[in-house]
Structures are given as structure tokens and as C-alpha cells.
Design a protein around this ligand. Structure first.
Ligand SMILES: Cc1cc2nc3c(=O)[nH]c(=O)nc-3n(C[C@H](O)[C@H](O)[C@H](O)COP(=O)(O)OP(=O)(O)OC[C@H]3O[C@@H](n4cnc5c(N)ncnc54)[C@H](O)[C@@H]3O)c2cc1C
Length: 417
């Protein structure tokens, strides 16, 4: 039987960074959203929940500004002034040919602007919750709600919960992460593989200031990213084969710091790791379709990529901007926001950007995570050549900032209404 009573226009499954941002964008534009997440809210705000930081491109920060999130976050964000990409081997330091992006190279309105910002995920999450509290009449947060099923019908969609309850809306938006139970329930196929690598995440304190430099250092075990945080701190995303990453995580601090120094170098004086270490197993997945009957996928649920270029969340936020614009415009025109024709517009808008960046990050990881002499030589020369061609460097900078292609209004920093 088709029920007509709706609890919300959109049932958003997954209150991670993508889901919360999406709920805010939709709620601010007049759509009623119910956010269901399996985790309790207090757990997701605890310091030990997620040790990651995110490198946000300029387009992502413009979106967060348009949603009123950035003002709550800006003084905790570290601007990125330079990015250095180099190849190397443990104990021998980086090879002399490298690729250097400098924020002073940007022209036009981005001249002198940071290349991006590093934010701690926990601070971003807290800023999103604070912004959402201003729109509580449009967005209801329902933490500790495990979704176990969804049933579309011609009039709407019913989402079932583990506690026996259910919620009904016009559309179900799934930002439920890389394993995406909703994607699986809908039978959406895709391509995917495990990298056999894990990203070890830790914070490093150093004596000297980093000057806003992010260093992507390619070592035989995998990329070793040093991301500048506020103060004299940097965040590491240290990729290694999984068994090795787990062994590193278990080391006591003195032994861990010895391994760290062999890779980190001494450019910032004495270094010391601080706080807990986290491990994230790395995998690739791309859904064949981002939409099904009254269902739409966004963020890692649609595409999970290697963190080598720090782009997974940026892609998810670009999904949010496109999806919110498509749904809000359809709603204003009086269209059914769950109809196939509306959802197809979102899929068409996001497919090319998501596929191309997914493929590029996968290839980069394959090219750099090895120690084959010929490949090592080729990539060192490649980095040197790419680094010496100004227009190529500037094009790469625009793409990394999320400034390429037709941007949805939010990514230009403009409100949807
Ligand atoms: C080591 C590492 C470093 C990274 N660095 C960067 C970076 O610098 N820049 C960048 O842009 N990206 C980066 N990324 C990628 C980025 O972290 C992810 O793309 C992003 O966090 C995905 O967010 P999401 O909201 O889509 O998914 P998730 O954060 O996985 O959220 C999914 C949510 O869905 C909920 N959920 C799942 N199933 C159910 C269910 N059945 N019912 C209810 N709720 C459910 C979960 O509780 C969870 O809260 C990095 C990734 C890693 C691993």
C-alpha cells in the first residue's frame, strides 16, 4: 500500500562529513531532512573518533563559507602555501628533481591566496553540528539509528530501522560510506579492489615552523604525506603495506620516532610524535550508478579513492553541491525530487569529475608505490619536467583546488536561494 505521509522530504542516511554538509545545504534551502546515523553523536565528536585531517581545496572552503560553516572553523584551519611533491628512499632523502606548487604563482583573483587549507576532521564535524543547530526546524538529526532496509514505491520511500521503526520521505540520499549498506541493498554494482595498504595517521610536533608547506613524499612502501596543522604540528598520512602499518602502529614512541625521523628529515628541527595513531585500510570503489529507484549516492558511498592526493572529501563535497542544486531547483519547479529524471541530472553532472579523479589517484599510487629502478627513474624525470612547465603546474593547481569545469552555485560561494 502506498503511504502519503512524509516524515521529511529527504531521508539522509549517514551523518559523516558528506552527509552532514548535504543535510545543511538542503535544510538551508527549504527542504526538510531527517539524518539517520548508526553512531551516537557523542562518539563522533570524541577526540579519539577520527585522527584524520582533510586538505580542503578552495572550492570546498567556498562551499563551507556559503553554508555558514567556515566562519566557525577558519581560525582552526591551517592555510597551505606551498606543496612539494618528491620521490625518494628511506635514509637518502628526496631526489633532487621535484614538483613545487607555490601559492604566489596563482593569477587573477586567486593571486596570493592559499592553495587550500588543512582542517582536523573533528573540528569540521563540530562546526557542521553547530551550523545545523541553527536550522533545527528543517533538519532533524537522529543518531544511533541503524538503517536495515529501504523500500521505494511510486509515491515515496520507506526506510526501516534496526529498532523496528521506520521513516518515510520522497527521496533517500545515502552518504553511508565506502561499504554503503544502502548501495548494496539497492543492488548497485561497481568496480573495486583493496590496495593491500593502510594509511597510518599520526600527529608530529616539530621545533621549527612549517611555513604552510605540505610535502607529498613518495617512498617505496607508499606515499608519506606531511600536512601542516596549526602551530608547530604536522599530520602524517603514512602509507605502507597493511601488516607493516600495523607493526608501526604498535611500536612504542621511542622506536616509532626513530622510524619517523628516517623519513621526515630534519628540515623542521627536532621532531616528536604525539597523541594516538590510527590505521585506515585503503581501497578503491566506484559505483556503476549513483542513482536507483528513489535513491541517490554521495561521497564515499559512490566513490572511494586512495588518499594519495587528499581528494576524497573534496569530491564528496562537490557531490553535495551538485545534488543540493539539482534537488532545490526541482523542488522550486514543483517536480518530484525523487523522480528518475531529476536524479539523472545529478548523476550526469558528477560522473566525469568523479571517474577522472578516481582513475588519476589510482594510477598515481600504482606508479609511485614501488621501488622498480626504471619506474623510479621515469617518475623522477617526470616530476622534474612537470615542475618546469609553468602552465601545466597552474592547470594542476586549478584542478586540485576544485576550480575546473562547470561549478554548482555553492562551489562558487553563492547560496542556493
Ligand atoms: C587516511 C585518509 C586520509 C584522507 N585525507 C583526505 C584529505 O586530506 N582530503 C580529502 O578530501 N579526503 C581525504 N580522505 C578521504 C575522506 O576522509 C573521505 O572521503 C570522507 O571522510 C568520506 O566521508 P563520507 O561522509 O562520505 O563517509 P563516512 O565518513 O564513512 O560516513 C559514513 C557514515 O554513514 C554511517 N552509516 C553507515 N552505514 C549506516 C547504516 N546502515 N545506518 C545508518 N548510518 C550508517 C556511518 O556511521 C558514518 O557516520 C582521507 C581518507 C583517508 C582514509
Amino acid at each position: 500500500m502506498v503511504k502519503t505521509q512524509f516524515d521529511a522530504d529527504i531521508i539522509l542516511i549517514g551523518g559523516g562529513l558528506v552527509g552532514l554538509t548535504c543535510a545543511l545545504a538542503l535544510g538551508m534551502s527549504g527542504l526538510r531532512v531527517s539524518v539517520l546515523d548508526a553512531a551516537p553523536q557523542a562518539a563522533s565528536l570524541a577526540p579519539e573518533f577520527d585522527g584524520r585531517v582533510s586538505a580542503l581545496g578552495r572550492a570546498s572552503t567556498r562551499l563551507l563559507a556559503a553554508l555558514g560553516v567556515w566562519p566557525r572553523l577558519a581560525d582552526r584551519a591551517q592555510p597551505i602555501h606551498d606543496i612539494l611533491v618528491s620521490d625518494g628512499r628511506i635514509g637518502r632523502g628526496p631526489s633532487p628533481l621535484s614538483l613545487h606548487f607555490d601559492h604566489l604563482e596563482g593569477d587573477g583573483e586567486i593571486a596570493g591566496q592559499p592553495l587550500g587549507h588543512i582542517v582536523e576532521n573533528r573540528h569540521l564535524r563540530a562546526a557542521l553540528y553547530a551550523a545545523l543547530s541553527d536550522h533545527a526546524e528543517m533538519v532533524s538529526l537522529r543518531p544511533a539509528s541503524l538503517v536495515t532496509g529501504y523500500a521505494p514505491d511510486p509515491g515515496g520511500v520507506t526506510v526501516r530501522l534496526a529498532d523496528g521503526g521506520h521513516v518515510r520521505g520522497r527521496l533517500c540520499a545515502a552518504a553511508d560510506g565506502r561499504e554503503s549498506p544502502l548501495r548494496q541493498m539497492a543492488g548497485i554494482k561497481g568496480v573495486g579492489w583493496n590496495y593491500g595498504q593502510s594509511g597510518l595517521v599520526a600527529t608530529v610536533h616539530h621545533d621549527l615552523p612549517h611555513g604552510g608547506l605540505a610535502h607529498e613524499y613518495f617512498l617505496p612502501g607508499g606515499p608519506f604525506a606531511i600536512l601542516p596543522m596549526t602551530g608547530n604540528r604536522s599530520s602524517l598520512v603514512w602509507t605502507e603495506p597493511t601488516a607493516r602499518a600495523q607493526a608501526l602502529r604498535r611500536l612504542d614512541q621511542a622506536d616509532f620516532d626513530i622510524e619517523l625521523r628516517a623519513r621526515f628529515g630534519s628540515q623542521w628541527g627536532e621532531i616528536k610524535s604525539e597523541g594516538p595513531r590510527w590505521i585506515y585500510p585503503l581501497s578503491f570503489h566506484h559505483a556503476r550508478d549513483y542513482v536507483a529507484d528513489r535513491l541517490v549516492l554521495a561521497g564515499d558511498a559512490a566513490h572511494t579513492i586512495h588518499p594519495i592526493a587528499g581528494q576524497g572529501l573534496n569530491l564528496g563535497l562537490r557531490d553535495v553541491a551538485a545534488l543540493a542544486e539539482v534537488l532545490v531547483d526541482a523542488h522550486r519547479l514543483g517536480l518530484d525530487i525523487g523522480s528518475a529524471i531529476v536524479l539523472a541530472r545529478y548523476q550526469a553532472w558528477r560522473r566525469f569529475d568523479n571517474v577522472s579523479l578516481s582513475v588519476i589517484t589510482d594510477l598515481l599510487n600504482r606508479l609511485f608505490s614501488n621501488d622498480l629502478p626504471l619506474l623510479r627513474l621515469a617518475r623522477t624525470i617526470g616530476l622534474g619536467v612537470a615542475g618546469s612547465i609553468g602552465p601545466l603546474r597552474r592547470l594542476a593547481m586549478r584542478h586540485a583546488a576544485g576550480d575546473a569545469g562547470t561549478l554548482p552555485r555553492l562551489l562558487n560561494g553563492n547560496p542556493l536561494t
